[in-house]
Design a protein around this ligand. Structure first.
Ligand code: G3I
Length: 503
């Protein structure tokens, strides 16, 4: 990356109609020919140089990024993949507050500089991550009298952004400002500014003053699909733009579970970009229970390719970043015991089915990105896109539905996959499944159905493509909730007003 080029992605020559279906196969062949040499990964074969995630993404005018940690830099196999497959780097931890300013006014840029130097030497740009976050925040900040927090935050932002001025494509200025129910996290910054969006607007203005050419993002998870948290981010973005705050983009972190990519990803991305913002996929991974099954690896390939297609279909999605280089480096197993295999490269840095599927998706072309950056100032609010209408419901006879569920819980969240079987003997066209969420559970996101409200007695309604359940057929959908300790399964299912049996 060259100083001063940290702006819009390079415009590619590939149009939407261009297809290169042989590329993925060529890439797979090239990887089969990988040979270890002196501890480094060497790609053999004529396709190797031409076919990489970065080359394909650049042909679409996008980037393909990766999170790299300082520990990765000493691993030749890891740096070979990171340095050849990707063209954007996010420091995994090295630009966070606890590393950069471990004590008040004392700055430590060495680890972050090492990541920037790695990126630059491989002609890769950098997403700065992050400036203001409740986590990985040194104790001295949380111990400050609230009256001193604003000055400390502004000094931290100014010093860090100035140090990296001209070297950063985009900053995650504020990271993860929301709780899963869409309320603001009441961290030290929120409290010091008296609540609301005030600290975020101030952080954006401070960062913009230090490097006017860097794109400025707010980044969060569980905002990728429609729901309370996504709505909160949308409302925040509107508020900030109306105030003229220098907000350029929203980061959809995209830490997914196989088979559970929100069905509203594309429409949700579109409503943000309709505000004049970019939306980048900033921390993609797609985890599964380990050891990985071949079915889950194939589902991961489908998921990752679909996510990339959603980005390519939106002219204001500048790129996708994978969180960690390979399954060997991924943060997932350390956080979710028994889960992993979340990236496109396995524990030996070999490409998985997901890699080939993503390459094929990239080779399929895209809506061209804009040649000029989108506006950064306020634009009139737009309504969310209309949802597809449900088909007209036909009511099944009493006692003709059966519901089964599968629950995966962790310390403060769980996912539920629900399967409804139509035993009525006639097809159902259009369905609403009412059920009860146990107390303390609050909806975070849903897939393959729309679910409202967020807690208590809720109703899941079909989407346009799964409105019909044939006689004897099934439909499956799922959701994620946050919980406060109660991990019970949902109960009391009724399908179009008729009670279902469970099991
Ligand atoms: O540096 C210390 C080391 O001195 C100590 O010996 C060791 C003992 O556990 O901990 C080391 O710190 C760890 C740090 O990563 C650096 O390796 C922390 O314990 C560990 O919690 C921290 O985890 C990071 C996590 O953010 C913290 O929230 C992960 O590596 C990093 O991948 C992850 O990244 C976040 C994004 O920033 C924001 N979005 C979610 C994403 C995944 O959680």
């Amino acid at each position: 990356m060259t100083a001063g080029t940290a702006g819009a992605p390079r415009r590619g020559a590939r149009g939407a109609a261009r297809k290169r279906s042989t590329l993925a196969a060529a890439a797979a062949a090239a990887f089969v020919a990988v040979a270890a040499s002196g501890g480094a990964l060497v790609l053999a074969g004529p396709a190797a140089a031409a076919t990489t995630l970065r080359a394909e993404a650049e042909a679409d005018g996008r980037y393909f990024g990766v999170a790299v940690g300082q520990g990765d830099l000493g691993n030749g196999t890891a740096t070979n993949v990171a340095g050849t497959q990707f063209d954007m780097v996010t420091p995994e931890n090295e630009m966070k507050w606890d590393t950069i300013e471990p004590s008040n006014g004392s700055y430590n840029f060495g680890p972050g500089d090492a990541i920037v130097n790695f990126a630059t030497s491989h002609n890769e740009r950098v997403r700065g991550h992050n400036l203001v976050w409740h986590s990985q925040l040194p104790g001295w900040v949380t111990s400050l009298p609230l009256s001193q927090v604003k000055a400390a935050m502004e000094a931290h932002i100014t010093t860090e952004v100035s140090h990296y001025k001209g070297k950063i494509y985009a900053w995650d200025v504020v990271n993860e400002p929301f709780n899963d129910d869409g309320s603001f996290r009441q961290d030290v910054f929120y409290n010091a500014f008296g609540g609301g969006a005030a600290y975020i607007a101030d952080a954006l203005r401070t960062a913009h003053a230090a490097d006017p050419n860097a794109k400025l993002y707010i980044n969060d998870y569980n905002i990728e699909g429609s729901g309370a948290k996504s709505d909160a981010m949308y409302n925040l973005a509107q508020t900030l733009l109306q105030q003229g705050a220098p907000l350029n983009g929203i980061g959809f972190e995209s830490h997914f579970i196989v088979g559970q990519v929100p069905s509203s990803l594309a429409s949700n991305m579109q409503r943000f970009t309709a505000l004049g913002l970019d939306v980048a996929v900033t921390e993609l991974d797609d985890r599964m229970q380990t050891p990985a099954s071949s079915a889950n690896l194939q589902q991961q390939a489908t998921d990752d390719a679909n996510i990339v297609k959603v980005c390519l279909a939106n002219a204001h999605c500048p790129g996708v970043t994978q969180w960690n280089i390979s399954d060997a480096d991924s943060w997932v197993p350390g956080t979710f015991s028994g889960w992993g295999a979340a990236t496109m490269f396995d524990g030996n840095y070999q490409p998985k089915a997901a890699y080939n599927a993503v390459l094929a998706a990239l080779a399929g072309g895209s809506v061209p990105p804009p040649s000029t950056p989108p506006p950064t100032t306020s634009s009139p609010p737009t309504s969310p896109p209309p949802t597809s209408p449900s088909a007209t419901a036909s009511t099944p006879a009493s006692g003709t539905c059966q519901v089964s569920d599968a629950i995966n819980a962790w310390n403060n969240g769980l996912t539920a996959n629900i399967t409804v079987t139509n035993n009525s003997g006639t097809a159902i066209n259009g369905w609403s499944l009412a059920f009860t969420l146990p107390s303390g559970q609050s909806l975070v996101s849903a897939w393959n159905a729309t679910i409202t409200p967020a807690s208590g007695a809720v109703t899941a309604t079909n989407l346009g493509y799964n409105a019909s359940i044939p006689a004897g057929g099934t439909v499956s959908f799922g959701f994620q909730v946050s919980h406060t300790g109660n991990t019970s399964a949902p109960a009391s299912f009724t399908l179009n007003g008729t009670a279902c049996t469970s099991g």
